[in-house]
Design a protein around this ligand. Structure first.
Ligand SMILES: O=C(O)CCC(=O)C(=O)O
Length: 268
């Protein structure tokens, strides 16, 4: 009997209820953001990215958006962008974009909160601040269990205690965990502090997810040292600003930085 209920929200505006659920659980889910054609196009781009590089475990490749238009298009998708804007009060950058594959018949269970082993986010203060908001697109079907689904522990971003080490490799790590069963094209948005893990993929096809990570403007990028100048040249003003590669009055941000041109979305 599954009595758990996913925090499902509608695309677009971050409503008061969306925000309440995000604060309680640390994540929300938007179903069916991409059409089947869009899923197919994005999946083909993801597969090109991983061609010849798939090993037996979870693999991730960054900054594919620099040369794959289908991955670039999702950076500012209107289904989720208003929610990111609401959470960061319009001040953020794309800190990384990771395309992950959990190969057919493989597993990489490893419960963790996101952050950096160089300096854990949880050591910055309590509750762990929002520093990497992850927007994850399912590119393959994960509507049933054991399809490489994301597994989450709701509310764990507010726990002052770590998840016990002894369960970190267990599929059933905690009685309150949830498994995100969602169709391809659905989106999961989550706080870096939430404990999560991929579920094993017992199917005969590789599982692909595309993760976009949004952070305050001063956080160092993690999938690139700098964005490819050729990409910056050809992309839209909004996406250019979301890369964080803008001129600013002074290097330490003391003079602020130019407002992100959200109103240009989709233009020029
Ligand atoms: O794509 C996945 O299965 C999740 C990857 C993950 O948890 C991470 O990169 O932090």
């Amino acid at each position: 009997m599954d009595l758990t209920t996913l925090p499902i929200v509608k695309p677009g505006t971050m409503t008061e209820m969306d925000r309440f659920m995000f604060e309680c659980f640390g994540y929300i889910v938007i179903e069916d953001v991409l059409s089947p054609d869009e899923v197919q196009e994005t999946l083909e781009a993801a597969k090109r990215l991983h061609t010849g590089k798939i090993t037996g475990k979870l693999n991730q490749i960054g900054k594919g958006f620099e040369h794959e238009p289908a991955l670039e298009r999702l950076i500012d998708h209107p289904a989720f962008l208003p929610k990111v804007r609401a959470l960061y009060k319009d001040r953020f950058v794309l800190q990384a974009a990771w395309c992950t594959v959990q190969p057919a018949g493989s597993q990489s269970v490893g419960w963790h909160a996101d952050g950096s082993s160089a300096y854990q986010f949880k050591d910055l203060g309590y509750p762990t601040p929002l520093l990497q908001l992850r927007v994850s697109f399912n590119l393959t079907d994960q509507s049933e269990l054991y399809m490489g689904n994301m597994m989450m522990i709701p509310g764990s971003h507010r726990s002052p205690l770590d998840l016990p080490e002894a369960v970190r490799k267990e599929v059933q790590a905690c009685p309150i965990q949830q498994i995100i069963c969602a169709r391809p094209g659905s989106v999961l948005i989550f706080h870096n502090g939430v404990y999560h893990s991929p579920m094993p993929n017992n199917r005969d096809f590789d599982r692909y997810n595309m993760h976009y990570i949004y952070s305050p403007p001063w956080l160092r990028r993690s999938d690139r040292d700098a964005t490819d100048p050729a990409f910056l040249e050809q992309t839209t003003p909004l996406r250019r600003a979301l890369m964080g590669d803008y001129e600013r009055p002074d290097v330490p941000f003391g003079g602020g930085y130019p407002a992100i041109p959200f109103e240009t979305n989709g233009k020029g």
